[in-house]
Design a protein around this ligand. Structure first.
Ligand code: SF4
Ligand code: SF4
Length: 193
C-alpha cells in the first residue's frame, strides 16, 4: 500500500517557500546595516522618551497620591505637619505638610508613568535622560535631591497649537488678585435704643 507525502502548511509545496526564504536572505544581505555607535555617538531620542523621573519639590504637597497609585510601590514619602501662623489679626492658624523625604527606587520602577499622570500639582516630570546605570543596585534609589537635579534635563513643553485654549493654570495666574472688601458702613443707632 502506497502512502502520499504530507502536504506542507498552505498546500503550496516546499519550493515556493524555499525561494521566498532565499529572497529574504538575499535582500537582508544587501541592505546596509545601521549600527548604533553608542556610547561614542549619543542616540537621538524623541523628546518624550521615558528616561528618568524628575521632581519639582516646591510643587509637592505630600498628598501621597503618586505613592498610593504606583503599581510597584517604589515611591517613598515622609512628611510632617507644620503650623502656619495666621496672616491677619484674628485669623486662624493653618496646617501644612512639609516634605521630609521623597525617593523613587528605579530598580523597581517599570516606567509606567502613572505617578506623573496622577500628580495634581505637576510635581513629577519625565526626562529623556537615561544614563544613570549603577554597579550597585542600591544606588538606583534616588532621593529628592537627585530627583530635583533631573529637572534640568526635562525638555521645555512644545508650544500650543494655534487657537488652542489657554491652560487653566495660566488663566488662573493671569486673574487679578482679589482686593480687600470695602468695610461696611456702620448703621446709625435706632432712635430710642
Ligand atoms: S513610573 Fe510607574 S512604577 Fe515607576 S514610580 Fe511611577 S508609578 Fe511607580
Ligand atoms: S502626587 Fe504629586 S503632590 Fe502628591 S505626593 Fe506625589 S509628587 Fe507630591
Amino acid at each position: 500500500m502506497s502512502t502520499t507525502p504530507p502536504t506542507p502548511p498552505g498546500g503550496k509545496g516546499l519550493v515556493p517557500g524555499l525561494l521566498k526564504g532565499l529572497a529574504t536572505t538575499a535582500r537582508t544581505m544587501v541592505t546596509p546595516s545601521h549600527t548604533a555607535e553608542y556610547p561614542d555617538v549619543a542616540p537621538a531620542l524623541p523628546p518624550r522618551s521615558r528616561g528618568v523621573i524628575a521632581l519639582t519639590e516646591e510643587n509637592c504637597t505630600s498628598c501621597m497620591l503618586c505613592a498610593r497609585e504606583c503599581p510597584d510601590w517604589c515611591i517613598y514619602i515622609d512628611s510632617h505637619k507644620e503650623t502656619v501662623p495666621a496672616t491677619t489679626e484674628g485669623g486662624r492658624e493653618r496646617q501644612r505638610n512639609v516634605l521630609d523625604r521623597f525617593a523613587i527606587d528605579f530598580s523597581l520602577c517599570m516606567y509606567c508613568g502613572i505617578c506623573i499622570e496622577v500628580c495634581p500639582f505637576d510635581a513629577l516630570h519625565w526626562s529623556p535622560e537615561f544614563e544613570y546605570a549603577e554597579t550597585d543596585i542600591r544606588d538606583l534609589l534616588h532621593e529628592k535631591e537627585r530627583l530635583g537635579e533631573w529637572m534640568q534635563t526635562v525638555p521645555v513643553p512644545p508650544a500650543l497649537d494655534d487657537h488652542a485654549a489657554e491652560p487653566a493654570e495660566v488663566a488662573q495666574a493671569a486673574k487679578p488678585a482679589r482686593t480687600a472688601r470695602p468695610e461696611r458702613a456702620t448703621r446709625p443707632p435706632r432712635a430710642g435704643s
